[in-house]
Design a protein around this ligand. Structure first.
Ligand SMILES: *[C@@H]1O[C@H](CO)[C@@H](O)[C@H](O)[C@H]1NC(C)=O
Ligand SMILES: *[C@@H]1O[C@H](CO)[C@@H](O)[C@H](O)[C@H]1NC(C)=O
Ligand SMILES: *[C@@H]1O[C@H](CO)[C@@H](O)[C@H](O)[C@H]1NC(C)=O
Ligand SMILES: *[C@@H]1O[C@H](CO)[C@@H](O)[C@H](O)[C@H]1NC(C)=O
Length: 344
């Protein structure tokens, strides 16, 4: 696909939101590799839970492990119709360079509400621990442990309603969350859960990298939200003692896990934006999946920037939800479970 303009065309509302987010990012991260967490917490606008039906959904938090403050926020769709027979369960990992945001950040809470009502699906948004306070692999362990916890305790503690179908789980994440979703998928594919089965992975503009500077990293120097100075800083926050060819970063390089033998690795949808410096790494990831005989699809939005889908005013943000809905539908049909479409 061809990009016809050299810089992205975005509405003012989006531009302002991006400028504010970029300013906060650069203002709170320090040259010595720490962040001003107190200021960040003060600036992170949070959403409450809605235990009573509100705008077509309800939400509540569940503690996974108090000792490391690991919890998930669960979203259930609510309609006038009778309860669905079964709905897919989507484990969601928010973006933010492994350093920023939380499951209750207002923008990601809004993303989960939209997914919940529009797919429709039971959403489980994981509040994994952040770098640099917690380094790799804390984020991936937290993600995987959230899956394990729900698998082991859901029935006993009635964490999710009966219609939440644990045999139809999806892992969805954007940016750093896309990286986490991938690594959790690898761990899950090698593990025997009681009921839980991961049947799809959606890596939305996943944050991958490497020592090499790719063509898109060199070309898109003016791209908003992510640039090389910022990504280099984030990788150091996550993995201070490693270069960027670590297997967690350069996922498809020679140090990567050999996923050929992971027969349970799920079908994957890789979402790419034409104004995202990370796109070359994401394409390599897609090709790497294919070369290991994994079912993978690439979805490109040539005019979109990194993190576009958190801005609901962009038409493409709406299109992407439609595509993810279709992907979920297809994976469930492949299991001949049909799809529980609820009127919207
Ligand atoms: C990093 O810099 C901040 C602010 O300048 C300081 O408070 C903090 O102690 C430093 N941390 C380390 C590990 O050097
Ligand atoms: C990345 O963006 C920041 C903030 O605009 C800027 O200070 C920095 O020079 C940029 N880095 C590169 C490599 O373009
Ligand atoms: C990083 O990945 C690229 C391919 O995507 C590869 O050429 C390079 O050798 C990798 N480095 C390591 C050490 O994995
Ligand atoms: C990966 O595993 C497959 C099957 O287990 C094997 O055939 C292949 O040679 C391995 N690839 C590498 C690079 O080790």
């Amino acid at each position: 696909m061809e990009v016809t303009t050299s810089s992205p065309v975005l509405p003012w509302k989006t531009r302002i939101a991006i400028s504010v987010a970029s300013f906060i990012t650069d203002f709170t991260r320090r040259p010595n590799g720490t962040v001003n967490r107190r200021l960040l917490n003060a600036l992170n606008v949070k959403s409450p839970t809605y235990p009573d039906p509100f705008n077509g959904f309800k939400s509540y938090d569940v503690t996974v492990d108090r000792t490391r403050n690991l919890w998930v926020r669960i979203y259930l769709p609510v309609t006038q119709d009778s309860e669905p027979a079964h709905l897919p369960v989507i484990f969601f990992f928010h973006g933010g360079g492994f350093v920023y945001m939380s499951a209750d950040s207002r923008n990601y809470d809004a993303v989960c509400r939209r997914f919940c009502t529009k797919i429709p699906a039971v959403m489980v948004s994981v509040n994994y621990r952040l770098a640099p306070e917690y380094r790799y692999p804390a984020q991936i362990n937290d993600g995987f442990d959230a899956l394990k916890y729900l698998d082991e305790n859901n029935k006993k503690d009635k964490l999710l309603p009966d219609y939440a179908d644990m045999s139809c789980c999806f892992l969805v994440g954007d940016s750093a969350g896309g990286n986490i979703a991938h690594h959790v998928a690898v761990k899950a594919a090698g593990f025997s859960f009681q009921q839980l089965k991961v049947i799809g992975l959606v890596a939305i503009q996943p944050f991958f990298g490497g020592e090499e500077r790719t063509e898109s990293e060199r070309r898109l120097v003016k791209a908003p939200i992510v640039n090389i100075s910022r990504t280099d800083w984030m990788w150091k926050a996550l993995l201070p003692d490693s270069d960027r060819d670590h297997e967690a970063i350069n996922v498809s390089g020679p140090k990567a896990v050999n996923i050929s033998s992971l027969l349970e690795f799920p079908a994957t949808l890789v979402v790419i934006g034409g104004f995202d410096i990370l796109q070359d790494w994401q394409r390599r990831y897609y090709e790497w999946l294919r070369s290991h005989n994994k079912q993978a699809t690439i979805l490109e939005y040539p005019t979109m920037v990194h993190a576009f889908y958190v801005f609901p005013e962009l038409r493409e943000a709406g299109y992407l939800i439609g595509e993810i809905r279709q992907f979920v539908h297809n994976q469930m049909s492949a299991l001949s479970k049909g799809v529980p479409f609820v009127s919207m």
